[in-house]
Design a protein around this ligand. Structure first.
Ligand code: ATP
Ligand code: MG
Length: 482
């Protein structure tokens, strides 16, 4: 029970100390320790002083009482009570702290006192000294404070007892003065400590705060941050290490940028070469292969017209049908490789033809909506969007088991947004690895190469949406980036 409370306290303290700033911690340490030290010192000093002053008061009481006893002996013996009274008054007037003096004869009768008219009778029994006592001191509590009552036998007790009361008034006064002075000193020391703590925290936290803001900047990608080395202490070492770290990071970042630039250039080159090659092959297929096949077709038709042998005619007709099919295939292949419409009529027409052909081929209902305005998009973007739609619809046909799909190309502000959606089985995009699956990766790379980005929204049973957004950059912006 007890240990758990201690643990709770420790945890609370740890949480509190951890939640306040370094400034507050330093203030707390300086103020706390100064206050603790001052209070402890004051209490200790007061205690020592009180002990010393009490001892002094007792000694004074004894010394005065012994003096009175010695000087009163003769006066008592000759019964000169007037002189005795004078002696007591004179002695009292010499000492500020002597509250009273009185002399009692051996029978307990008061012979002389300094109380004026009325002698407080209860004092009589408060203290006594036998003949062989050197002195006897009692501490009495009175309405006006503490009194050290000293009793000294006169003439070995045969002439009575002299009693002296030493009050603690001046002692209390001295202690009060002392405490006041110490309190003033404590306030002065505390103020000085506060000022010192303010300066110290400023000195200490300034480099730390600078390091914090520099670290924040670095975390946002600004590796040009450097902090000055303020002093040759641990924080100075930290600043040095920080600067080395940011310099290293800047170097690594530069290297990374160069590599990325190289990769982009390479990819751009590969894609451009691929498109050129496709275009060349498509043109070759169209201009040369198709033409040759068409003239073969014409020749076969001519042979058909003049052929009289039915067996040969059937073979020629078969050949012509195969040739016609091959011609269609070659045409399709050429269109797939590089639709002439993309170069001649633009993206909308090319996509229209592709989507139509795709519907026919896969028997999946597909919509196409294109809002890109009057002007044609830059060729590189048109090609990228065409290839992206081609790849995404190929995926729909291969994987989605969809009944319908839609393609939207939309010019919004400075971006061209392309969305390919289907109502198929969907998939978890997080689980697709790049291993052997290059389609989606290709879409992403094409988009990123043009400063765009791709996102996929899909889940098993929920269909798939592929979003691609490509910005229309000005030539200057393009120049800056590539
Ligand atoms: N529209 C879709 N509906 C359902 N699953 C899809 C769809 N598109 C992609 N996928 C899933 O994501 C995977 C990755 O697609 P991706 O196009 O990258 O590769 P792939 O089609 O398998 O191979 P390829 O490299 O020939 O394109 C597919 O294998 C398929 O499981
Ligand atoms: Mg694919």
């Amino acid at each position: 029970m007890k240990t758990s409370r201690w643990r709770d306290w420790a945890q609370w303290f740890w949480a509190f100390a951890g939640s306040v700033s370094i400034r507050t911690k330093i203030f707390g340490i300086v103020l706390g320790s100064t206050l603790l030290l001052s209070v402890a010192f004051t209490l200790q000093f007061r205690a020592v002083q009180i002990r010393l002053l009490e001892q002094k008061a007792r000694e004074q009481g004894v010394s005065v009482a012994r003096d009175v006893a010695a000087r009163a002996t003769d006066l008592i013996l000759i019964n000169d009570l007037y002189a005795l009274h004078q002696l007591l008054l004179e002695t009292q007037s010499n000492y500020q702290d002597i509250r009273y003096i009185f002399v009692i004869d051996p029978q307990g009768e008061v012979l002389a006192h300094t109380f004026g008219d009325e002698f407080p009778i209860e004092l009589l029994d408060a203290n006594w000294a036998a003949g062989d006592d050197f002195q006897n001191t009692r501490v009495l509590q009175t309405n006006e404070g503490m009194v050290w009552d000293v009793a000294v036998p006169i003439f070995d007790g045969r002439a009575g007892v002299a009693r002296v009361g030493v009050s603690d008034t001046s002692l209390r006064q001295t202690i009060t003065n002392l405490t006041t002075q110490l309190s003033v000193t404590i306030v002065a020391v505390l103020t000085a400590s506060l000022l010192a703590a303010t300066f110290l925290t400023w000195l200490l936290t300034r480099p730390i705060l600078a390091l914090v803001s520099a670290t924040e900047a670095v975390s946002k990608g600004d590796f040009s941050q450097r902090v000055p080395r303020w002093a040759d202490d641990e924080i100075g070492d930290l600043a040095e290490a920080f600067n080395q770290m940011t310099a290293e990071l800047a170097r690594a970042d530069e290297l990374q940028r160069e590599r990325e630039q190289l990769r982009r250039q390479l990819l751009e080159g590969v894609i451009a070469a691929q498109e050129d090659e496709r275009r060349r092959i498509a043109r070759e297929l169209h201009d040369s292969t198709s033409q040759s096949l068409t003239s073969l077709m014409v020749s076969l038709r001519n042979i058909e017209a003049v052929c009289e042998k039915p067996q040969l005619l059937e073979q020629v007709t078969n050949m012509r049908q195969v040739l016609s099919q091959t011609l269609d295939e070659v045409h399709n292949l050429a269109v797939q490789l590089r639709p002439a419409a993309l170069d001649d009529l633009g993206l909308e027409a090319a996509l229209g033809r592709f989507v139509q052909e795709w519907q026919r081929q896969h028997r999946i209902q597909a919509d196409l909506t294109v809002h890109i305005g009057e002007n044609r998009l830059p060729e590189i973007i048109e090609t990228a969007i065409y290839r992206i739609v081609q790849e995404a619809l190929t995926n729909v046909a291969r994987h989605a088991q969809a009944t319908s799909a839609s393609v939207l190309v939309h010019h919004r502000q400075r971006d061209v947004v392309t969305v390919i959606e289907d109502d198929g089985i969907g998939f978890d995009p997080g689980t697709v690895s790049a291993n052997g699956h290059l389609g989606l990766l290709g879409i992403r790379e094409r988009a990123e190469l043009l400063q765009g980005r791709m996102t996929i929204e899909s889940a098993p049973g929920k269909g798939t949406s592929v979003f691609v957004s490509i910005p229309l950059l000005t030539p200057e912006e393009n120049g800056e980036i590539t």
